[in-house]
Design a protein. Sequence first.
Length: 273
Amino acid sequence: MPTAHAPFVPPGSGWPEDPASPGTPVAHGPADVIELAAEAPGLGELCARQSVCRACDRLVEWREKVAVQRRRAFADEEYWGRPIAGWGDPEPRILIVGLAPAAHGGNRTGRIFTGDRSGDWLFASLHRVGLAALPTSVHAGDGQRLIGARMAATVRCAPPDNKPTPVERTTCLPWLAREVEMVAPSVRCVVCLGGFAWQGVWPALRQAGYGLPRPRPKFGHAVEVELTAPPAASHPEPVLLLGCYHPSQQNTFTGRVTEEMLDAVFVRARDHR
Ligand code: SF4
């Protein structure tokens, strides 16, 4: 395990659920991301490569600075300090896409949507509708698992002010596009949490071979779009793209998002055949 206040967890050093090893190839720029994503031989190796990426200077600096400084409430905890790889069922029926990990959430716990209030709402809902084994997701290695579902972010490093730049989004896109492509054979529904994820998933779906309507439908809660299944899909039926308001503190505090609203979206995703 890393020493106290390390900027990141060394790959393969014993962190639970760490997909990487010391020999996992590291992307140091946009061209590396394109190449390493394209050449990843399988989902496990793709996630390993995602988890050690250093292609965006600003985001690497930020995620590691946060991991060293830490929030007072977590001062005694080691921070992951690395990109957050896709996580969940390797052959999911439902793919859940968010924008980016939180500085003291995923960047601390090493798992997507884990360790912050948004994740608390999200996992509670997934558990209520039978898509998560436990009602909470606390930390990598806590026994939580998704049931027929998988989560990924459009940008895999925690950005300052939760705002990745357009260049950072573009740089990270090949990781998501390749993951979408790899799970396409089983996916029947894609749920986008928030408008930024909605924007970010569109080019990834296109690259993965989905047929997309034009113009792009506007994001909204419970908005549904039918996508033509890609050649890699194991079925010819349309794939459902679902919009869902992000369970951010701002949205949940103000009542813009309620438990019932989240549950309804995930029930729709769960029951889509
Ligand atoms: S945001 Fe994506 S491309 Fe940029 S360093 Fe993180 S994992 Fe790499």
